[in-house]
Design a protein around this ligand. Sequence first.
Ligand code: SF4
Ligand code: SF4
Length: 465
Amino acid sequence: MKITGGHLPKIAGRPLSTVEEISPPDKLYISLNRCGVNYKPVVKSGQKINFGATLAVASITGGKLSLPSPASGKVLIDEGEDKVPHRLIIETAEKDITTGTYDKLQPERVTSQTVRNTLAKSGVWPFFWSSLTDGTPTLDENEKPRAIIINTVLAEPFRTRGKVVLRREWKQIVQGIKFLPRLLADYGTVEIILTAKRDPVARMMYVDLAGFARLHFHPVPLLYPVENPKILSHALRKSDSSFKKDDVIWEIDIQGMVAIGACLSEGLPLHRRILALGGPGISDPKHVSVRIGTPFKHLLPQNYSSEDVLILRGGLLKGEPIIPDTDSVGYDDDSLFFLPEMKKRKLINFMRPGFNRTSSLPCFASQLTGASDSEISTSLRGERRPCIACGICERVCPAGLMPQVIHRYLYREAIDEAEAVGLDLCIFCGLCTYVCPSKVELQKQFKESLEQLRLEHEEAAASVS
Ligand code: SF4
Ligand code: SF4
C-alpha cells in the first residue's frame, strides 16, 4: 500500500509511553454535541442514573445513536442563555461502579443487527468512518463495507500513540476484531495499518492474529496525515485491483477497536479515553487514562497559566483551542497539545543558527543534530510574505494537489479554476500551511473557499427548484 506525500514534524514534548490513571472527579460534564451532531437529552434534571444509562440520543439513517453515562450519579441539565440544553452535569455517586451493562455477546452467534444496535447504544458506533457518507456509517444493514481498515498509526504531534494503546489494551482489541466479520459484506476483509513490521508490538499482532482469515497487514511510513481515513481508503483501493469503484470502505482507529471489544465482549459502554498530553508547553508530557466528562482543568499542571500556554484539543496541525475552565473530555478526545505563547520577540532571531528550531527548508542547524523543535510557539516570527513558489507544499500534499496553484487562483478570485485543479479534493490536513516558509494560510483559504462554493451550489439548486 503506497501513501504519497506527508511529512513528520519533529516537535519537542513527545509524551512518555506509560499511561497514568486519573481518578474521576466529583462532577463530569457531558457536551450534547458530538462531532457536530446535536443529541437530545432523554433524562430529567435531578434524575438518578446508572453507569451506561442512555443520557441523550440523535437520529441517523437506520436508527438512533446514544450518549451513555460514563458514571453513576445524579444528572443535571445545563442550559445556555437561550434555554437550550447544551451539556449535562453528572454528580458522580460515591461508589464508582463500572461493571458490564449490556449482554456479553459471542462473535459466532450474534447477528449483524445486534452488533450495530449495541455499538450505537454504547456510544461506539461514531468511531467508524464510512467512504459512503464521508462520516459515520448508517445503522442500516444495507450498508456493508467491503473492507474495514483498522488504523494503529497517528503521526500528528502528539495524538495518543497506537503502540501505547496496543500494548495496554491488546486483549480487548483482539476481542473486537472477532466481531468485525458480522459487519462486513460477503468476502469482506480487515486491513490493519501499522508502522515497522519488525518491532515487538507488530510481531505480537502478527502472531496473535495469524489464525484470522481475510485479514491483511499494511506497513506504512510514519508521516502525517497517514491517519486520515480518506488517504487510507484511497491507498487501499489503488493497491488492490479487486476493489470496485462503489465498494464501501470503513475505517476505525485503535481506541475505537478497544471500545468495540470492551462493549461487545464485556458489556461495557464507552466511558474513558487515553489522552496524550504533549508539546513544548508541558514539562511532563505523558499519556493519561481519563473518564469521559472530566474537566480539562483537572488534567492541567499546577503551574499552568493561559497567558503562557495555548492548549489545543487534538494535535498541533488540526487541533482547536480549548477553554480550560469550562471544556471537558469528550467521547472522541485523544490529545491535548500544549503550545507556548510567544510573548517576547527575540532579538536578531533570524541570525541564530536554530539548534532547536525545525523547518521544511534545510536552513537550521537542527538539520545536522536531528533535534526536535522546542521553540515552536504561537508566534508567527515575522510578517506573512507572498508565495515564493518553492513547491514544498506540493511535495508534502497527501492529496496530490498543487496548493500553490490553487492559492494563486483563489487570490485572483478565480474559484472555478481552483475547483478545476482539485480544490474539492483537499482533506484540510493543514500540512501545506505548516511547511510553507512564507506562512501562507493555505488550509484556511481552501476551507473558506469550499464553504463559499457549497453555499453557491445550494443557492443555485434552490433557485432551480
Ligand atoms: S490542506 Fe489540502 S492542499 Fe494542504 S496539504 Fe492538506 S490536502 Fe494538500
Ligand atoms: S510552500 Fe508556501 S511559498 Fe512555497 S510554493 Fe507553497 S505556498 Fe508558495
